[in-house]
Design a protein around this ligand. Structure first.
Ligand SMILES: [Zn+2]
Length: 363
C-alpha cells in the first residue's frame, strides 16, 4: 500500500535523524567534560556566588547544546513533517511554539539544577533524597497545571459546538464513572493534520479535549477514542505513570549520588557541589533514563492495551474502534507494523495493526 510505504519511509528518516541528534548531543556533553570546559568556565567566575556559577554553567551547557542540535530539530520538527504533509505551520509560527516550549523547559531545568546544587551544599549526604522529594512534588504540580496553564499556551480552546456529540460524549464519561464538566476543542488544524484526544484534570475539573482534526470522524469513532482516554482515568493511569516516574527518578538520583562521589576524584572537582561536575551529573542521569526507556515503554504499552480493552468493552463497538484506528493511522502517518525490536524498545503504544487485530478478534 502506498500510504504504508510513505509512512515507513518517513519513520525511517526520522529514526536516523534521531540517532544522529542523540549521538551529537551525547558527544557534545562528553567533550565538555573530557576537555574540562565546564571546569575552566567555573574557574573563570570563581568569585561569583555559587548559584550564579551554577546558572552560568547550566546555561552554557544548555544553550550550546540547543544551538548545536537546532538544524536537526528544524529538519525533524518542521521540514520533514511539512514535506510529508503532516504539518502546515509557517516557520515563524513553528518557531513561536518552539520558543514557548524552550522557555518553559529552560525555566524548569534551571530551577531544578539550582535546587540540586543548593541541596548538594546543604546536605552532601542526603541531597538525593531531598531532591527526589522535590522532583515528586514537581511531577504532581505539572500534572495538575499542565491542562490548565500549559495547554492554552499552545492551543485556543473552544467548547464543542455539536450538541448531540457533546451529550453523547459526556454521557459516556458519566456511564463509566469518570464524569467530565465539558468538551473542549483545540485548534490543532491551524498547525497540523494530526489528530488526538485527551481527558484532562481530575475529579470535578475533569474535561474532555478533542483536536479539531477529529471532527471529521464518525461519532462512534470519536466515542471509541474517548472511551480509551476514559479508560486511563478509570484505571488511575496518571498516578501509575507518576509512580513509575518516581521510581525511575529515585534510581537516577541514587546512581547520580554514587557517580558524583566517584566523579570528584575522576574529574578533579573541588567537592560534590562544584558546578564543574554538572556535565558529569547530566551524563549519569541521562544514561539511567536511557536504560529505562525500554522498560518504561513496555509498561506504557501494557497500560495502553488495557485502555483499548476498556474502550472495546464499554462501547461494545469494535467497528467504531477499528474505524478510529484507521483514521488516526492515516492522519498521523503512523507506522502500522514497525519492526518488532523497534516496537519493543521505542513504542509507548502497541503498533496500530496489533490494536486493530485485537479489536477484530472481539467481533
Ligand atoms: Zn492511551
Amino acid at each position: 500500500m502506498a500510504g504504508d510505504a510513505t509512512a515507513t519511509r518517513y519513520h525511517r528518516i526520522q529514526f536516523r535523524l534521531g540517532l544522529v541528534s542523540f549521538a551529537l548531543g551525547v558527544g557534545y556533553i562528553v567533550a565538555v567534560l573530557a576537555t574540562g570546559g565546564a571546569a575552566s568556565l567555573a574557574g573563570a567566575v570563581d568569585e561569583w556566588p555559587w548559584w550564579a556559577q551554577v546558572a552560568l554553567i547550566a546555561a552554557a551547557l544548555g544553550i550550546a547544546h540547543r544551538v548545536l542540535l537546532a538544524p536537526l530539530a528544524w529538519l525533524r520538527g518542521w521540514w520533514l513533517p511539512r514535506r510529508y504533509g503532516l504539518l502546515h505551520q509557517s516557520l515563524g509560527a513553528w518557531l513561536g511554539d518552539q520558543a514557548k516550549a524552550l522557555a518553559l523547559s529552560a525555566l524548569l531545568g534551571l530551577a531544578g539544577v539550582e535546587v540540586v546544587y543548593a541541596l548538594l551544599r546543604a546536605t552532601p549526604q542526603w541531597w538525593w533524597l531531598f531532591a527526589w522529594v522535590a522532583a515528586l512534588a514537581l511531577y504532581v504540580l505539572l500534572a495538575v497545571v499542565l491542562p490548565v496553564w500549559i495547554v492554552p499556551l499552545f492551543y485556543r480552546l473552544t467548547p464543542l459546538a455539536d450538541e448531540t456529540l457533546r451529550a453523547r460524549l459526556l454521557a459516556l464519561a458519566t456511564r463509566v464513572g469518570a464524569p467530565a464538566i465539558g468538551v473542549w476543542v483545540a485548534d490543532q488544524s491551524r498547525k497540523s493534520r494530526t489528530a488526538n484526544a485527551a481527558v484532562v484534570g481530575l475529579g470535578r475539573t475533569r474535561r474532555i479535549l478533542l483536536f479539531d482534526t477529529m471532527l471529521g470522524f464518525a461519532p462512534r469513532e470519536v466515542e471509541a477514542v474517548l472511551a480509551h482516554e476514559l479508560g486511563h482515568h478509570v484505571h488511575h493511569d496518571l498516578w501509575r505513570g507518576l509512580a513509575a516516574q518516581g521510581v525511575l527518578t529515585l534510581v537516577s538520583f541514587v546512581v547520580a549520588a554514587i557517580a558524583l562521589s566517584a566523579g570528584v576524584g575522576w574529574w578533579g572537582l573541588r567537592d560534590l557541589s562544584d558546578p564543574a561536575g554538572l556535565p558529569w551529573l547530566a551524563i549519569v542521569i541521562g544514561a539511567v533514563g536511557l536504560a529505562a526507556v525500554p522498560l518504561g515503554n513496555a509498561y506504557s504499552r501494557w497500560i495502553e492495551r488495557r485502555a483499548d480493552e476498556f474502550a472495546l468493552r464499554v462501547t461494545d463497538d469494535p467497528q467504531g474502534f477499528i474505524g478510529a484506528m484507521e483514521r488516526l493511522a492515516g492522519l498521523n502517518l503512523a507506522e502500522r507494523r514497525p519492526h518488532r525490536v523497534k516496537e519493543l524498545l521505542l513504542y509507548s503504544h502497541p503498533a496500530i495493526d496489533r490494536r486493530i487485530a485485537r479489536a477484530r478478534a472481539r467481533r
